[in-house]
Design a protein around this ligand. Structure first.
Ligand SMILES: N[C@@H](CCC(=O)N[C@@H](CS)C(=O)NCC(=O)O)C(=O)O
Length: 216
């Protein structure tokens, strides 16, 4: 199968699908399409009717949208436990993943993912603060319930960790101060080999998308 992604430096939705697949040791080819250049729309349209990345090309069909990709992979590779096995835990993981997927618009627009930038400072407005606080609550709640089973949000790695991975990178870029417990989760993610691989590739990219370059 092949995963179509955008720039590793900027494309947070691409990171979600890519990280999930890499961390779960699914074999795939990847094709990167540079975002925000003259050819972007034409190149993406060759693969995705929605005109968005990530898009997953399977032998028998094409799936676009990060959450649909996660659900399709979870169905096709049940042995990989992409979602937690316990019904209750899986429902919780689905709820926070959907919340991430459909929400946090303020944080996503004000703190764009920019992997290679660090030490950026921005003024955090009330809406962004609310998003950050809610994310920290989600992580704390998961840690209180499942930490005994492992360092990931639901103990073992799941789709939920892929969904929140770009948030950790945003906090890192903009130096968002987070409580110790949230830091422990962020560090678990930042020390992950697949995330390290993604960051290295992001650093080697040369394209600059000026409207994503926020903060001093
Ligand atoms: N809801 C979609 C969002 C995908 C999305 O917005 N992707 C952006 C890149 S991160 C994109 O493809 N933008 C197209 C463009 O910049 O032309 C998902 O979960 O995959």
């Amino acid at each position: 199968m092949k995963l179509i992604i955008g720039n590793k430096n900027y494309s947070s939705w691409s990171l979600r699908a890519w990280f999930l697949m890499r961390q779960c040791e699914l074999e795939f080819d990847e094709q990167r399409i540079a975002l925000d250049v003259d050819t972007t729309a034409t190149e993406i349209a060759k693969h995705s009717p929605a005109g968005r990345v990530p898009t997953l090309i399977l032998d028998d069909c094409t799936v676009w949208d990060s959450l649909a990709i996660a659900e399709t992979l979870a169905e096709r590779y049940p042995d990989k436990d992409l979602w937690p096995r316990s019904d209750k835990r899986r429902a919780h993981a689905r709820a926070v993943s959907a919340e991430m997927h459909s929400g946090f618009a303020a944080m996503r627009s004000e703190l764009p993912m920019n992997c290679r930038a660090t030490g950026r400072r921005i003024a955090i407005n009330a809406e962004v603060r609310r998003d950050i606080d809610r994310i920290i609550d989600i992580w704390r709640d998961c840690q209180q319930q499942y930490r005994n089973d492992g360092d990931w949000l639901f103990g073992s790695f799941s789709v939920a960790d892929a969904m929140f991975a770009p948030v950790v990178l945003r906090f890192r870029t903009y130096g968002v101060e987070i409580p110790e417990s949230a830091n422990a989760y962020a560090n678990c993610l930042l020390e992950n080999d697949a995330i390290g691989e993604w960051l290295l590739a992001a650093e080697s990219e040369t394209e600059v998308i000026s409207h994503e370059e926020i903060g001093l």
